[in-house]
Design a protein around this ligand. Structure first.
Ligand code: BT5
Length: 323
């Protein structure tokens, strides 16, 4: 199997002598040449040198469960990982798996979504191979009331994973957007429903990774940015996806402990809105003011022009302008 050779090449971290590479395949019917050809056909770039042997130069940017699981070490998120090519929405797939009794922490990624959704009936553009489009099935004891907190931990995990994998200064625009500078690079959608296996939540996250200007539809281009646009280079999705799963797992533990202080502290430090003038829309009404505080239990506190403070919960609110 070429997977055995791949493991060897990866762990060698540089040149691997031919006889050692061949030894990895000793009990297989396949020859070393066949295994190398197979990996190359799947997009792996392998150097060959008569003296040094073989070296893995580059890996294809495809998501696969075995790679995602390798070294993941999470407790709940990623207990089960599935990767699909084309789906309507990964949230739909997660709900379907939930109906069938899938366990908490089951994660589904897709290369493409044909009907990716945002909040409040909006669409989420999800082109093939250019992003991370994923959902995780959660079964906390209580469901509905954890939607706002779960949205926040999703945004925290996405912002942290982006920072760790790319060093780009990702920040959170309350409640569910991750921004680089003023443009949206990731979004979070949390849904609560009754499933066959009990009440559940699905936490969906979309990250624009390698989309170019030419790819973006005209309604998305003005508000969005991909990591590759911001970083000026292509970003490998595997590392980013693993970072995302690890951070989701960590923040979900904090959520289960109802440790609002820890969440608030991190959220405030990554907030793009705290202290700024914003305009927000709540079910068609507009409010303008300065963001006085964000708190995962109560929402966003806005100091309105008359000086009074009004608190907004996240569900029906969209920030439409940053001052
Ligand atoms: C969101 O909604 O930001 C939640 C997005 C969640 C997407 C994930 S992908 C995996 C999972 N499966 C799903 O079906 N959904 C989740 P909202 O705050 O309503 O923002 C939607 C708005 O963002 C749109 O109206 C566009 O203006 C903009 N938008 C659409 N696609 C975008 C993209 N790829 N990147 C950046 N902005 C986008």
């Amino acid at each position: 199997m070429s997977a055995l050779l791949l493991d060897r090449l990866r762990s060698a971290g540089g040149w691997l002598a031919r006889d050692r590479a061949a030894a990895a395949l000793a009990r297989q019917s396949k020859s070393l040449e066949q295994a190398v050809a197979e990996l190359r056909a799947r997009g792996y770039v392998i150097d060959e040198d008569p003296d040094m042997g073989l070296r893995l130069q580059a890996e294809p940017d495809v998501l696969c469960p075995a790679d995602l699981r390798r070294g993941l070490q999470t407790r709940i998120v990623g207990r089960e990982i599935l990767v699909r090519d084309r789906v309507t929405s990964t949230n739909d797939v997660a709900w379907q798996l939930g109906e069938e009794g899938a366990e908490e922490g089951t994660v589904v990624f897709a290369e493409e979504q044909t009907a990716g959704r945002g909040r409040l009936g909006r669409c989420w553009w999800s082109p093939h191979g250019k992003g991370i489009w994923m959902s995780v099935l959660l079964r906390p004891v209580v469901g509905e009331e954890l939607v706002p907190m779960t949205t926040i931990i999703g945004a925290l995990a996405a912002a942290e994973a982006i920072r760790a994998a790319t060093r780009l200064p990702a920040r959170i625009r309350w409640p569910n957007d991750v921004l680089i500078e003023e443009k949206k690079v990731a979004g979070v959608l949390v849904e609560a429903r009754q499933t066959g296996g009990g009440r559940g939540l699905v936490l969906g996250i979309g990250v624009d990774v390698n989309a170019d200007d030419a790819d973006m539809p005209p309604d998305v281009a003005p508000v969005a940015v991909s990591l590759s646009q911001a970083a000026g280079e292509r970003i490998h999705r595997l590392h980013l996806a693993q970072e995302l799963l690890r951070r989701l797992d960590r923040w979900y533990q904090v959520e289960l402990e109802r440790d609002a202080d820890t969440i608030n502290e991190r959220w405030r430090s990554l907030s793009a809105t705290l202290g700024r003038r914003i305009v927000l829309d709540e079910q068609g009404r507009r409010y303008e003011g300065t963001v006085a505080d964000v708190d995962v239990r109560f929402g966003l506190a806005l100091r309105l022009s008359r000086g009074n403070v009004r608190t907004f919960r996240g569900e029906h609110v969209t920030v439409i302008e940053h001052g």
